[in-house]
Design a protein around this ligand. Structure first.
Ligand code: UD1
Length: 420
């Protein structure tokens, strides 16, 4: 199993190219199941999760053709199956995003229940309720969701009791081919949902309210093909912004969209980090000044993203004063805390909040990653720490950060991947 070995203390300086958003790419790929025409997606990141989704689509009969770097042409002319097996869903929860499209296009779908994961129980009950409100019959059998709608889905009025990104995406995709109008209220406003909606509209879907919390979809009989470029990854952008801040360096994030990470930029600015828009993207710098602790609470977009909580905590671990970080989206998303503490951080967790008391310096240590974003927080801590840090279980990072060690090394970091 690969490891990342890094030595801290180098202020990063240079340009980091930002890739396409993984969390937009996965639902966009699933959307190819809605049409027999070709959906061509560009700006796809080169990540393990993208390969896993390609495999799942290929198993369902989708022709997946690579058309150059980061470009896939997906053609679901003849689907050969409607089952997403446990083995793939277990590896990548986002596999559940094929449920809505398969059901809408084929009238049935059989998708393994994903089970819990490191950061929480993460049920899919709201996905299922939404589809049931659109006329689907849902049975749970032997660990699988068996969904059917032999006469097609019908429009429904869905009010999500809590904001769910995947639930909104599944229902949105299904609604494009349902008979009549569907209203999705309290829909997720995450930019990845808006990107999916924009692509579906390019495929011919009738969607009102894109980017708001109320989506109105007028179902049609068939969707066509489209060409769509995946939006830049806001979590990758914000993660590298913290890398500039924590090392006291200056990074240009080429291709980043400032409007997608305002809540993170605001927190960084309050902590004493300069964040400025450039012609190319974003520049983040902290050359000399101290860092100040700030309080942050995770919320659905446009609030502070839960996917940036661990990385901000690493930064707060070396800021002056205290910081309270409250996690409201997932119930068990502080798995990085003991690892950061092994590197010298002073963090106490009380329920959904963590009190971080800044220390002058972290020290390198061998650490273990538990999930994707937690892993990056350990990379950040290692970049700021004195001495050597070795991060085990790098496969978590490979699911969400493209060529991470190359991008950081190009800006001066002393970092390498150790193959085993
Ligand atoms: C997506 C992102 C993930 C991010 C999360 C929150 C992808 C591939 N993943 O995950 O990186 O951390 O949004 O921004 O886009 N919930 C239920 N029932 C459901 C669905 C969700 O109770 O049916 C709960 C979850 O357990 C969680 C909360 O709702 O506590 C938010 O989850 P959701 O927005 O659905 O996250 P994902 O779509 O799984």
């Amino acid at each position: 199993m690969d490891r990342i070995r890094l030595k801290g203390g180098v202020p990063l300086d240079g340009t980091i190219p930002i890739g396409g958003a993984k969390n937009a790419a996965l639902p966009l790929m699933a959307a190819s199941l809605l049409t027999d025409r070709t959906l061509t997606l560009s700006n796809l990141p080169d990540l393990v999760d993208i390969t896993t989704m390609s495999r799942l689509l290929a198993e369902l009969g989708v022709d997946v053709a690579r058309r150059g770097d980061g470009v896939l042409a997906l053609t679901a002319g003849n689907l050969s199956g409607t089952t997403a097996e446990y083995d793939l869903v277990r590896r990548m929860r986002a596999s559940v995003l094929v449920l809505g499209p398969l059901l809408a296009r084929c009238g049935r779908a059989r998708v393994s229940l994903p089970g819990g994961c490191a950061i929480g129980t993460r049920p899919v009950d709201l996905h299922l309720k939404a589809l049931a409100q659109m006329g689907a019959r849902i049975d749970l059998q032997e660990g699988y969701v068996e969904a059917s709608a032999p006469d097609g889905l019908t429009g429904g009025h869905v009010v999500f009791p809590m904001v769910t990104v995947g639930g909104t995406e599944n229902a949105l995709m299904a609604a494009t081919l349902a008979r009549g109008e569907t209203v999705l209220a309290n829909a997720a406003r995450e930019p990845e949902v808006a990107d999916l909606a924009a692509c579906l509209a390019a495929m011919g879907a009738h969607i009102d309210g894109i980017g708001t919390d109320t989506l109105r979809i007028e179902g049609i009989d068939r969707l066509g093909g489209a060409e769509h470029a995946v939006l830049p990854d806001r979590i990758e952008s914000a993660s590298y912004a913290v890398a500039a801040a924590i090392t006291g360096g200056s990074l240009e994030l080429a291709g980043a969209r400032p409007d997608l990470i305002e809540s993170v930029s605001d927190a960084l600015a309050a902590a004493g980090v300069e964040v400025t828009a450039t012609a190319n993207g974003l520049r983040v710098a902290r050359r000399n000044g101290p860092l100040t602790g700030v309080d942050v609470m995770t919320e659905p977009f446009p609030g502070f993203p839960t996917d940036m909580q661990a990385q901000l905590m690493a930064l707060m671990a070396v800021a002056d004063g205290a910081s309270m970080i409250t996690e409201t989206i997932f119930e068990n998303r502080f798995m990085h805390v003991p690892e950061l503490c092994r590197m010298g951080a002073n963090i106490n967790v009380h329920g959904a909040s963590a009190i971080v008391r800044g220390v002058p310096r972290l020290s390198g240590a061998p650490v273990m990653a538990t999930d994707l974003r937690a892993s990056f927080s350990l990379v950040l801590a290692g970049l700021a720490a004195q001495g050597e840090t070795v991060i085990n279980r790098v496969y978590h990072l490979d699911r969400g950060y493209e060529r991470l060690e190359h991008k950081l090394a190009a800006c001066g970091a002393d970092i390498e991947r150790v193959k085993e």
